[in-house]
Design a protein around this ligand. Structure first.
Ligand code: PBG
Ligand code: ZN
Length: 330
């Protein structure tokens, strides 16, 4: 056949995609088990492993079951968990959140006794503990900022006292990092770090989590304290404030619709950055893959790699165990 074209191309990117080995050696971003944080829900009772309907594969666990689960997590090489408590009682102050015998405090002590090497991060918020379901104290239908700081500080100190390595304030109250840093320092916990949910958006992706933690607000919404999803400059401002107040690690949440936010924060600051691949992001993939519409493993690896590529050092994900298994296979 006669040649129809005779191109002289200098740049041929496909040269480096010639074989699977070449493709693999030139991969720029690699997921690592070491950067994964696994969120877990702990509740009262014994021998409890209650499935969360809207999050297939995730459970509410009593402390004894959690300890067994943590052995598996450790053996998989996942270094860290983010602990959420499901309290036995709720009231207007969220008082179980700072009770020395609360569910999280008891769980942390048990973990530190049995598996001291697991990095324990505790969520510091009130929404699962208050009867109104808001992240702060409520008066006349308004969320009070400064009054809430005192309670959040008590929560953080009680977690530190139980042995938490890192506390993670997620209430989006102004000044929460400063208040918690001062309270930790004054109580002898200078070495307990703060991972701040700095850029936490008022997202519609938290629905399944709120089922899991029974933490939906009973009135209104969280737009008076969580960020508007349309904003990115404001995220830079939130992060700057948190770093000034003493945050050791900052976070963007959710992750997938906010890759630009992750990228901007990564280039603007030098602190470690975490991204929270939230419950709605998890459940969408679960639902579609259960129907055979997408391939779960390749979709999850693609998404988490994208979150890393955007600039996250740490990824908080309900897929952590699956990813650890998949990464071991290759
Ligand atoms: C509340 C909190 C939320 C999540 C973690 N802590 C969301 C909210 O109700 O505003 C969401 C996590 C997820 O969806 O996986 N402080
Ligand atoms: Zn909250």
């Amino acid at each position: 056949m006669q040649r129809t074209i005779d191109l002289i191309l200098r740049n041929r990117p496909r040269r480096l995609r010639k074989t699977p080995s070449l493709i693999d050696m030139l991969q720029e971003t690699r997921l690592s088990i070491k950067g994964l944080i696994y969120p877990v829900f702990v509740c009262g009772g014994r021998d409890v492993k209650e499935p969360i309907a809207s999050m297939p594969g995730q459970y509410r666990l009593s402390i004894d079951v959690l300890l067994k689960e943590l052995e598996e997590i450790r053996d998989l090489g996942i270094p860290s968990i983010l602990l959420f408590g499901i309290p036995d009682r709720k009231d207007s102050f969220g008082s179980e959140a700072y009770d020395d015998n609360g569910i999280v405090q008891n769980a942390v002590r048990a973990i530190k006794e049995n598996l001291p090497d697991v990095v324990v991060i505790t969520d510091v918020c009130l929404c699962a503990y208050t009867d109104h379901g808001h992240c702060g104290l409520v008066k006349d239908g308004k969320i009070l900022n400064d009054e809430t700081l005192e309670i959040l500080s008590k929560v953080a100190v009680s977690h530190a006292d139980a042995g938490a390595d890192i506390v993670a304030p997620s209430a989006m109250m102004d000044g929460q990092v400063k208040a918690i840093r001062e309270a930790l320092d004054h109580n002898g916990f200078k070495d307990v770090a703060i991972m701040s949910y700095s850029a936490k958006y008022a997202s519609s992706m938290y629905g399944p989590f709120r089922d899991a933690a029974e933490s939906s607000p009973k009135f209104g919404d969280r737009r008076g304290y969580q960020m508007n999803p349309a904003n990115v400059r404001e995220a830079i401002r939130e992060v700057r404030i948190d770093i000034e107040e003493g945050a050791d690690i900052v976070m963007v949440k959710p992750a997938l619709s906010y890759l630009d936010v992750i990228s901007r924060i990564r280039s603007a600051f030098d602190v470690p950055l975490a991204a929270y691949n939230v419950s709605g992001e998890y459940s969408m993939i679960k639902a579609a893959s259960e129907r055979g519409w997408i391939d779960e493993k390749s979709v999850v690896l693609e998404i988490l790699t994208s979150i890393k590529r955007a600039g996250a050092d740490l990824i908080i994900t309900y897929f952590a165990k699956d990813v650890a298994k998949w990464l071991k296979e290759v």
